[in-house]
Design a protein around this ligand. Structure first.
Ligand SMILES: [Zn+2]
Ligand SMILES: [Zn+2]
Length: 482
């Protein structure tokens, strides 16, 4: 079993607990999460009320531009045909009780899904608001398109936090930086006179390029070589020019933007290896996430290119990943995890340690080496039992409230971990979870089965608004409704 210290760079084997605490993190009155990029489009599935979800479709329904439009138009473009405008006149519509209002709805206004993650995070405390961007999706086109549809206020984004160096999170970063800088320039004569540059918070270990090793092909049989009738080997004409047989195949992902490119776009880059807070303590960014569970072993065939030795080298752990935390008064800690390559149970355990709520973590550590059968009914029962701790006086604002992001449980090499992950998340028992991005439908279904009513979809355009309850007693009442 890997120990946290075994994974620390040499010379940094100090207490992990100290590295991952957030002493300056303040409690927020409200936290808003606006999903700009995710793999999923889901404007229909219901979500627990306490998460304050407004889907993008609901925003469009309420949008004044649509309400006022009593004459709507639709555009259709057939293959090879000219664009045709259809006008629909609802002005004279009458229902039994009086005039009827018709809302125009154009599916072109909805965000599109893409493999990646990007979430606008807004913290509210009294009259003060801070906004940061957590990841930027896989490429600029999808990031900009969805951001435009969601009317993201780029001039108010203070920092772009990159969870880890993977292009499905960093691919839109240059575009995001450029948009923030331009938006600030556009309002520089306005009341808040923000500097034009935008902060970018990254881990210092940017790899040259990352990728995966495909399954090795069968042992090579040189296609140009045949056996002669006399038992010798001959090479047909031209075959000697053939390439040497391939022994391994790698897929190189598009490289992450370089620090130079980010700076040229207008970013002020901050390198952080350790846990720290940003935006006046509204948000915390983790340091190295300790790997404690026996089954969360990264991506076995994940590689990075070594420019020094000019070869692909194993990189299963993706040690540069960090998570983001915020704390909502009376609700608890909200965690955003980009891909959870450290394992979402390890992420949650680290959050528990950082906030001094580590009882469940200890229990899991003791059991993680034994093979769990992941019986989902048992998980549900255990999860209910852990929930009852609320009534024993555990401060609800120091509970794990909402775990959001990619849980990386999709793909044959990691789907075998679903049962154990669900079992241990059940013990940790966050109030709510939103497995998105690379979580995969099998993990989502297993989580919903184990913790019914506590799992939300993280579809693009979703706008979660988590607010402090009016009083702690009300908070306790609300938490009992699952
Ligand atoms: Zn990812
Ligand atoms: Zn990743």
């Amino acid at each position: 079993m890997a120990t946290p210290h075994a994974l620390l760079p040499k010379g940094q084997e100090q207490d992990v607990h100290i590295q991952t605490t957030f002493p300056d993190l303040v409690e927020l009155d409200a936290l808003r999460l606006t999903v700009i990029v995710d793999n999923e489009v889901d404007i229909m599935t219901s979500v627990p009320k306490e998460l304050g979800l407004t889907t993008q479709a609901q925003v469009l329904f309420k949008d004044k531009r649509h309400l006022d439009k009593e004459k709507s138009t639709a555009t259709s473009t057939g293959a090879g045909a000219a664009t045709v405008e259809h006008a629909y006149d609802h002005q004279a519509s009458q229902g039994e009780g009086g005039p009827v209002r018709t809302i125009g709805f154009d599916f072109n206004d909805l965000c599109c899904g893409a493999h990646g993650l990007s979430i606008l995070v807004t913290g509210i405390r009294g009259q003060i608001e801070h906004r940061i961007l957590f990841d930027t999706g896989p490429h600029s086109a999808i990031f900009l398109e969805n951001a435009k549809r969601l009317e993201i206020p780029f001039e108010k984004i203070e920092t772009i936090v990159l969870s880890h160096w993977h292009v499905d999170h960093s691919g839109g970063m240059l575009a995001a930086v450029a948009k923030c800088v331009q938006a600030r320039k556009d309002v520089k004569n306005g009341p808040d006179k923000k500097p034009a540059s935008v902060n970018v918070d990254v881990h210092p270990d940017r790899p040259y390029q990352r990728g995966i090793c495909l399954a090795r092909p069968p042992p090579p049989s040189f296609p140009g070589t045949v056996h002669s009738e006399r038992g010798g080997r001959v090479t047909p004409p031209g075959a000697e020019k053939a390439d040497r047989p391939i022994t391994s195949e790698y897929v190189a992902w598009k490289a992450d933007p370089t620090i130079q490119e980010l700076e040229a776009a207008g970013a002020k880059v901050f390198h952080h290896r350790d846990a720290h807070v940003i935006s006046e303590g509204f948000f915390g960014v983790s340091g190295l996430i300790p790997r404690n569970t026996s089954y969360e072993t990264g991506i076995p065939n994940h590689m990075q290119w070594s420019p020094e030795s000019r070869c692909w080298v194993p990189d299963p752990d993706i040690l540069d990943e960090r998570y983001l935390v915020a704390r909502v008064k009376g609700k608890g800690v909200v965690v955003l995890s980009g891909c959870s390559h450290a394992g979402i149970v390890n992420v949650c355990q680290d959050v528990q340690r950082a906030f001094g709520m580590n009882q469940a973590a200890t229990e899991i550590n003791q059991e993680s080496s034994s093979s769990g059968d992941g019986n989902l009914a048992e998980v549900a029962e255990e999860s209910t039992m852990v929930e009852s701790d609320d009534d024993k006086g555990v401060e609800s604002s120091n509970k794990l409230f909402y775990v959001v992001g990619g849980f990386h449980l999709a793909g044959s090499s990691v789907e075998t971990r679903i049962a154990e992950t669900v079992r241990d998340l059940g013990k940790i028992s966050p109030s709510y979870l939103a497995p998105g991005h690379c979580s995969g439908w099998r993990a989502k279904a297993a989580l919903e089965n184990a913790m019914p009513g506590r799992v939300a979809s993280l579809g693009v355009g979703s706008d979660f608004f988590i607010t402090a309850p009016a009083s702690s007693s009300k908070a306790r009442r609300t938490r009992n409704i699952k």
